[in-house]
Design a protein around this ligand. Structure first.
Ligand SMILES: [Zn+2]
Length: 121
C-alpha cells in the first residue's frame, strides 16, 4: 500500500463539504492521470461512516494515520473522527484513497469534510 501523491491535502481549516439535510451536492474532482471528472456523493461519504466499507488491517490503518498526519488522539483535522474510503477512477481505474473527517454533532446529522484525496497503489 503506497500513497504517491495528494490531490487534496489535510488541513485544520477546511469547512465541511457535506452537511446532512443542508449541503449535499456532489463533490467533483478530476483524476490526476486521465483528467476524467469524478464525483463523491454524500451517500458514498456517509457510507464510509455508517458502514466503514473499507477493510483495513491495523498496520494499514497506522500507515494511513502517519501519511495523513492523524495523531495519537485519533481525531481528524477538523476535530471529528477520521474515516477512509477507496475509490477508482471510472475511466482509467487509478486507485484513490479518500480521507474524510466526520462529525456527528446531533443525532444522525453528519458534517463531512473531505480532508484528502490521494493517489494510491
Ligand atoms: Zn482516471
Amino acid at each position: 500500500m503506497d500513497i504517491t501523491e495528494h490531490l487534496i491535502s489535510p488541513s485544520y481549516h477546511r469547512k465541511p463539504d457535506f452537511i446532512s439535510g443542508e449541503r449535499i451536492s456532489d463533490f467533483s474532482w478530476k483524476c490526476k492521470c486521465c483528467n476524467s471528472t469524478e464525483d463523491i456523493t454524500f451517500e458514498m461519504a456517509a457510507d464510509a461512516y455508517w458502514k466503514s466499507s473499507i477493510k483495513l488491517s491495523e498496520e494499514e490503518h497506522s500507515v494511513l494515520n502517519k501519511i495523513f498526519g492523524i495523531g495519537y488522539v485519533g481525531k481528524s483535522h477538523d476535530g471529528g473522527s477520521p474515516h477512509f474510503m477507496d475509490t477508482k477512477c471510472k475511466k482509467c481505474e487509478q486507485s484513490y484513497m479518500i480521507y474524510l473527517g466526520i462529525k456527528e454533532p446531533n443525532n444522525s446529522c453528519l458534517h463531512i469534510t473531505i480532508q484528502a484525496i490521494s493517489l494510491w497503489n
